[in-house]
Unconditional design. Structure first.
Lengths: 550, 300, 106
């Protein structure tokens, strides 16, 4: 019998040792001076590595990204990038300069056009577009990073990191990398004697550098109440009365937008007048939306766990530790992986907006000429088959979908959208642009953000369509046409069928909900300007300059 | 306080018609040349642009705390409140009527960037006629009170009209100046004035600054009821002086002195410091009552 | 600018509270609507001046749906539009007709 050939079982550790030795041989220690960062990157990164660059939805390891893009492509090339968000120009420069070849990611809003061009020029291979939680999961399976370039607020001399309110994706990236012999490099805003609390322990961190500028954080979740329109107030009233109240939705996530901001600002006023305080919207998986301040101050909200923070909200959050997740140091800790998990399993409803929807209820934000991905929406807006714990909302939705003998509940996934977008572009279409994008970009599947199968309700200015109660694809199609207003899709409705759906309560118009559209006024909003939000917060909320005239 | 916030009706957000309805005694307003009897701008029609039935200004008569007043309210959401031929003629007609009828006051709810450039000379002439008409009304003993608190503020020719009035009542959100911030930046460069620095724009043209420099008589909250109270209070104390050359010359000297004193300053912060305000950087954050008390405590 | 004219059958409107009602403002994405008495109690006549060209069919559908579901007969409606969506148009029509019947300013 032949003995098996001897195999080394610690090749990854050996590789790690070699890389660290290369760095040490150049006189590089754990704390790296900013002017030597390129030496470090070129010492520890090898061609073909898988590199996770911390581009979150908000926080960016911008100094490390720019430095990597400035490395010598003859020494560093054919990198596989894995990152949540392609946010910065330097993220795309990596590909244009020949350092990186392949990309797996979740969202690329600001760089969508450049990404599309790279694909068409064959300068990049896109592995896949993911939703955040999916990508995080793959960090532990088949997309484990060799190198993690992360951002933290501060480090102590040992290398313990404080990531504070904008912790976001850092813990999941650091853990996946550190525990598979990868190398973790952090940029920090400052060095301190003692970090306020330890968010990433020093033995997970190999190198840290004080960046020349504080890391960039994008204020993504601030919506100026002055921009909320009467139509959005009307839809918010319908959502509150026709869905939140009907199902008793206490645990939820709001996708970002002015439509959901309108709902948030109606909680202390319209919703409270309906007697709903304490009965809806008590527990949230949500970023700290400034527009939720009035609801929090009015006692409508018990708990919020956040994916990340929001610029200007830090002091307000620290003053409300009963509501937000805060450390013993007083500042918030966010965690995108856990919040996405909470949104998937522990929430009874997701509600958000979209750019296009087809007759099966599939929706997409994909537009021609841009590859943007979806971020967290596919996860938040999906019905998790793994769920087992019941809630009244989940059970009610399950019975509507599966009849009285239903063996499982259903998560409410609500798409709220006006029938026309800017420039009179219809939202409801026969075929999503996503199909054309699939062809032009050579994708396996059309980029669909939320599958029609998962959608439970659609809210437009024309009313609410309850897809759970539809029993055939034809009913579903007419239910969608029945709220698609005066778009070509809406105008092609079968009037008799739509009337029948209305009789059965599958379509409900505002008047069916007891709502007079003339009541839809901005006066119902608890706050009508950013300044109002500041006043509601007792001066604790400090909006970024672009939202202030003071 | 938060319950009060919800009940406040923002003057800034309200349409011209809603402002008039909330300002005057309920049900007292009668519109002159209502939309059904008016005609939209022929100049805009020539340029193939839709007009407004009232050409962007509501004029009429009503009562303010029982006293008869004439009112003109500009609609800032239509063409930036800019003054065209018909728009201007309505305001001029109102002011001439004031000379005949001698109401307790004329209220000008200014919300305008100035001349409607689409109408070229007709717009320029309209504004100069408004200026003359304001002075004629005042010379006839009728106070003309400007209220400034809308999104367009009072700029250009309407900035000048505003300062020709007997007095100005402003909210913090309102702005009063001559050249618009974007125009200054385009002509003189961003180092001269960064029009996108909104905090700076308000420190230089906004209601709080104008109040501290004495260019407006009162600062009120962004609330239609607060404007009503401010207007009533002003008119209760005001006696329209007869035209007086000596007084005009004294005003001129006062303005020249002021210009010399503050000529080097490029930011409201510097002006407020010069006026003796201890922590000028806090001014933008102060609420209205605190700022009014602060001003009253300043050296003359 | 495009000018469009329509006539619809409609249930007779209630007796108006005032000779004319105006609603809305001609700002971007918005419109103003003037409702006055018309000639024929069973007809609603509408004239639209709009900055957005080529949407005649949509206006026909939106105004037609309004006339069919509201008692707007005996009115003459004039509209100045700056690119409002059907959602905004429908909202304003309801507001304007309501004000025509009940009075009160918006």
């Amino acid at each position: 019998m032949n003995a098996p050939a001897p195999r080394a079982w610690d090749t990854q550790r050996q590789s790690r040792r070699r890389r660290l030795e290369r760095a040490a041989s150049q006189g590089l220690e754990r704390r790296v001076p900013a002017e030597r960062i390129i030496d470090l990157l070129e010492a520890v990164i090898e061609p073909g590595d898988r590199v996770c660059l911390e581009g979150n939805n908000q926080k960016q390891a911008d100094f490390l990204a720019e430095s990597l893009a400035d490395c010598n492509p003859e020494r560093i090339h054919d990198l596989s990038m894995v990152q949540s968000v392609l946010a910065l120009a330097s993220h795309v420069d990596l590909f244009e300069r020949g350092l990186a070849r392949r990309l797996d990611f979740s969202f690329s809003g600001p760089q969508g056009s450049r990404l599309a061009r790279l694909v068409q020029d064959r300068r990049i291979e896109i592995g896949a577009i993911h939703t955040y939680l999916e990508l995080f999961g793959r960090y532990f399976v088949d997309l484990t990073p060799n190198i993690a370039l992360i951002a933290a607020h501060s480090a102590d001399a040992a290398g313990n990191l404080y990531t504070g309110p904008n912790t976001e994706d850092t813990p999941v990236i650091a853990e996946a990398t550190a525990f598979k012999s990868g190398i973790v490099i952090a940029q920090v805003n400052e060095l301190v004697d003692a970090v306020p609390r330890v968010d990433v322990p020093a033995d997970w961190v190999d190198f840290y550098v004080v960046a020349p500028r504080p890391n960039y954080i994008e204020p993504l979740f601030t919506r100026d109440p002055a921009q909320i329109t009467e139509v959005q107030v009307l839809m918010a009233m319908m959502a509150i009365k026709g869905i939140y109240a009907e199902y008793g939705v206490k645990r939820l996530n709001h996708g970002i937008g002015f439509d959901t901001a309108a709902i948030e600002l109606l909680l202390p006023t319209y919703a409270t007048e309906l007697g709903l305080k304490g009965k809806i919207c008590t527990h949230w998986a949500l970023n700290p939306h400034p527009t939720l301040i009035p609801a929090i101050e009015s006692g409508c909200v018990e708990s919020i766990h956040s994916f990340g923070s929001e610029v200007g909200m830090e002091n307000y959050i620290a003053a409300r530790p009963d509501v937000f997740f805060t450390g013993a140091d007083g500042s918030m800790r966010s965690n995108r992986a856990f919040s996405q998990t909470a949104g998937l399993y522990a929430c009874d409803m997701f509600i958000g907006s979209t750019l296009q929807m087809d007759l099966a209820g599939n929706s997409s934000t994909a537009t021609l000429g841009r590859i943007t991905g979806f971020g967290g929406a596919p996860n938040m807006g999906s019905d998790p088959h793994g769920r087992r714990h019941p809630s009244p909302a989940w059970l009610k939705a399950g019975r509507e979908a599966g009849g009285d003998g239903a063996i499982r509940g259903r998560k409410l996934v609500v798409q709220m959208v006006e029938t026309f977008r800017e420039h009179m572009a219809p939202v409801f279409v026969e075929e999503l642009d996503a199909w054309k994008l699939k062809e032009s970009m050579g994708m396996d599947l059309p980029p669909i953000m939320i599958y029609g199968d998962d959608v439970s309700h659609i809210v437009t200015e024309e009313g609410i369509a309850n897809l759970l109660l539809c029993r055939t694809p034809e009913e579903r199609e007419q239910a969608i046409r029945g709220v698609a207003g005066f778009t070509p899709v809406g105008m092609a409705r079968d009037r008799r069928q739509v009337e029948n759906l209305r009789d059965r309560g599958i379509i409900r118009r505002p008047e069916d909900l007891g709502i007079d559209p003339r009541q839809a006024s901005r006066d119902l909003l608890a706050a009508r300007s950013v300044k109002d939000l500041v006043r509601w917060s007792g001066g604790l909320y400090a909006p970024p300059a672009r939202f202030r005239n003071w | 306080m938060n319950a009060l916030l919800s009940r406040r009706r923002s003057y800034f957000e309200a349409t011209a018609r809603a402002r008039v309805a909330g300002l005057l005694d309920p049900g007292s307003f009668a519109e002159f040349l209502p939309p059904a009897e008016s005609a939209p701008s022929p100049h805009l029609a020539n340029l193939d642009l839709p007009g407004a039935f009232d050409d962007g200004v509501v004029v009429g008569g009503g009562r303010l705390a029982g006293a008869p007043v004439l009112v003109a309210a500009q609609e800032g959401q239509f063409m930036g409140g800019a003054v065209g031929e018909i728009h201007g003629a309505k305001i001029v007609g109102l002011l001439r009527r004031a000379v005949r009828e001698k109401p307790a006051a004329v209220l000008l709810l200014v919300d305008s960037g100035g001349v409607r450039l689409h109408e070229a000379n007709a717009g320029l002439i309209a504004i100069s006629e408004i200026m003359r008409a304001v002075l004629d009304a005042r010379a006839a003993g009728v106070p003309v009170l400007a209220l400034v608190g809308g999104s367009c503020g009072a700029f250009g020719g309407m900035g000048i009209v505003t300062r020709l009035c007997s007095g100005v009542v402003m909210s913090e959100e309102g702005r009063l100046s001559l050249s618009g911030p974007e125009v200054i930046e385009t002509v003189a460069g961003v180092e001269e004035f960064d029009s996108r620095d909104r905090a700076l724009v308000w420190r230089v043209t906004g209601g709080k600054h104008r109040y501290l420099t004495g260019d407006c008589a009162d600062l009120v909250e962004d609330d239609i009821a607060a404007f009503r109270q401010g207007a009533t209070d002003f008119l209760a104390k005001w006696r329209e002086p007869a035209p007086d050359l000596t007084r005009l010359r004294a005003d001129q000297v006062r303005l020249e002195t002021r210009l010399t004193r503050f000529a080097r300053h490029r930011d409201g912060l510097d002006v407020w410091a010069e006026l003796g305000i201890p922590r000028p950087e806090e001014v933008p954050l102060l609420d209205r009552d605190t700022l009014v008390a602060l001003k009253e405590g300043l050296p003359a | 600018m495009e000018t469009l004219e329509f006539i619809f059958d409609s249930d007779p409107a209630l007796h108006p509270a005032q000779p004319a009602a105006l609603c809305g403002v001609v700002g971007s994405g918005n419109l103003e609507i003037l409702v006055q008495p018309g000639e024929d109690a069973g007809l609603c006549t509408v004239r639209v001046k709009t900055s957005a060209r080529g949407f005649g069919t949509t206006w026909q559908a939106v105004l037609g749906a309004f006339a069919a579901t509201h008692a707007a007969g005996g009115t003459r409606i004039d509209i100045n539009d700056m690119g409002a969506t059907p959602a905004v148009v429908t909202l304003r029509l309801g507001q304007a007709l309501s004000e025509y019947h009940q009075g009160g300013a918006r």
